[in-house]
Design a protein around this ligand. Structure first.
Ligand code: FES
Ligand code: FES
Length: 219
């Protein structure tokens, strides 16, 4: 009897072998692709969210608040339209007037220029968080005593700007105050009184009277 393998048996054997190799290669490739996708997602950070509403948790005035917001919603709109905290004002809604100023991790921030979803994990302080209900912070008290508001629409933003300044620099000069408030517009022209209020809140001596022209550069 001959030991030679018939051509058809040999061909079958080669096909089976190649098929086996192909299946193994595919399995290895798919495992590697999965591992690669895992690595890419780790490197590329958070997955895209939205466009529908997603759960958002914000720490506002020391307490967590739950929201359900589309990722495109600004911090200003979240405060004003999805919470009772309407003290933060909306005027230009484009980062120009400062009426929407809040503190984010202690830093003065235009809330109309920040997405609410990006403020997660940060400490947000609004005008309502400066003093317990029914009381005034020293800056708010100084604004009242110095008559530093007329219509009051810009006032929360200016109070936040002055508060931020005094947190960083408890003894500012008049020039420091003017610079700190230069991102806040007041259509009623209360600037001289705002400067007086800021200096009074700092405990510094302030001239009894300012004129608008003295502080025209604020406008
Ligand atoms: S409303 Fe945000 S800067 Fe004017
Ligand atoms: S008090 Fe009216 S805009 Fe400033």
């Amino acid at each position: 009897m001959s030991d030679a393998v018939s051509p058809s048996a040999s061909a079958l054997s080669r096909r089976s072998f190649l098929k086996g190799i192909g299946t193994s290669a595919l399995t290895v490739a798919s495992v590697q692709a999965g591992a690669l996708a895992d690595e890419i997602s780790k490197v590329s950070g958070p997955q895209p969210q939205g466009p529908g509403a997603v759960p958002v948790t914000l720490t506002i005035n020391g307490a967590p608040r739950q929201f359900n917001l589309e990722p495109r919603v600004t911090l200003l709109d979240a405060l004003r339209y999805s919470s009772p905290l309407t003290g933060t004002k909306e005027v230009c809604d484009r980062g120009t007037c400062g009426a929407c100023s809040v503190l984010v991790d202690g830093k003065l921030t235009y809330s109309c220029m920040k997405l609410a979803i990006d403020a997660q994990g940060q400490k947000i302080t609004t005008i309502e968080g400066l003093a317990p209900v029914g009381e005034l912070s020293p800056v708010q008290q100084a604004f009242v005593e110095c008559d530093a508001l007329m219509c009051g629409f810009c006032t929360p933003g200016l109070v936040m700007a002055v508060t931020s300044l005094l947190n960083e620099n408890p003894h500012p000069t008049e020039a420091d105050v003017r610079h700190a408030c230069s991102g806040n517009l007041c259509r009623c022209g209360t600037y001289p009184h705002v400067v007086r209020a800021a200096l009074k809140a700092s405990g510094a001596e302030a001239p009894a009277q300012f004129t608008v022209t003295d502080y025209g550069s604020l406008a």
